[in-house]
Design a binder for this molecule. Sequence first.
Ligand code: NCD
Ligand code: ZN
Length: 448
Amino acid sequence: MSNVVIKDVRLYGEGDPVDVLLTDGEIRDIASDLGEVDAEVVDGTGQILLPGFVDLHTHLREPGREDTETIETGSAAAALGGYTAVFAMANTSPVADSVVVTDHVWRRGQEVGLVDVYPVGAVTIGLEGKQLAEMGTMAAGEAGVRMFSDDGHCVYDPLIMRRALEYANSLGVLIAQHAEEPRLTKGAVAHEGPNAARLGLQGWPRAAEESIVARDALLARDAGARVHICHASTAGTVELLKWAKAQGISITAEVTPHHLLLDDSRLETYDAVNKVNPPLREASDVQALRQALAEGVVDCVATDHAPHAEQDKCCEFAAARPGMLGLETALSIVVETMVRTGLLDWRGVARVMSENPSRIAGLDDQGRPLAVGEPANLVLVDPETEWTVRATELASISNNTPFEAMTLPARVTATFLRGRITARDGKAQQMRAPDDGSGPSLAGRMRA
Ligand code: NCD
Ligand code: ZN
């Protein structure tokens, strides 16, 4: 494999600039000046090197809705966003509730080769919440599925959730919960509060999320299992996470970039680009989520990248599908909400976008320290630049970004997957050539 040298870059944005040599998929050398080396040169002047980002919550829509995103286009979006691993949610068509689907998604991701695509298996058959899927078979397959979720739906039956946690515990895998008590959100399209009331939109109360978070913390405690909360969206969820962690319960949580920046004042226009589950909440929730991410009460950022077709978004608010794009804008939103506000430094960004999600998912080759001998899964960031979001310029097939026309800080200039450049200067690379030796081995990929 060819060598790459990143010149004059600051690791985690700290200290003096160094040169970093990438060889055979690893960081081979770090020195103040490596001089002339036989390698492709990437200029890192004024830039920051971080471990590649890991997204625990991505919807790639393949199989089934390839008109809105594919593993190939979603992988390109991920690479452009600085990601080296993404977890593809199970709410595809067919649902990823069998090893046939999960292994297919894994293999297709490796064929494309721009980011490691880890399939998430469904907890229940057809995401129906009635009967457990064969988690063990999916875990034992080629993809080695490590995370299970009915995301899009809540595992609402407490007995099914209890059994899923017990089963997951014995398999050493993780359950990620979309916390939404369905009896409280029937017909809901927006956050329940003064804005929705004034606009005549049916409300999704905070308690629908918080009651499931509280319940699942208790179920995880009793099962001695780990549980992960998808897209935490309320100040009350933050308080429950604090309480559960203080009890020693194995609970982790993610927050999305959109819940860190936007609130329900955006509903004013009735533009369904702002429709998402859980809904955009109030400014006080946004502040609580930022604080929680800074303090480690919320562990990580996950995009919930949710592409949707024009006809499913440009329609009456109540009829539109929930969800928004996220992969290509995530870093900039985190910089805007967390770095520019002084809540996180660049080490903190590495922690919440790379190290913590990697640890939660049990990956052994992501979120690693920037040190010699470590896997070269990296992202190079220009912290000073600004850019204006244009949906039509994003790699995703769909255009449903809520950040359209916003000017945002910081941008990914290059992403490296096992030392290979997967995105550079706003362009994703072509698919990996077969058998070029840059794929991971199954054994080397996961923690035992
Ligand atoms: C997601 C989708 O479109 O698949 N939509 C959303 O509003 N977040 C499902 C989900 O993450 O709950
Ligand atoms: Zn969800």
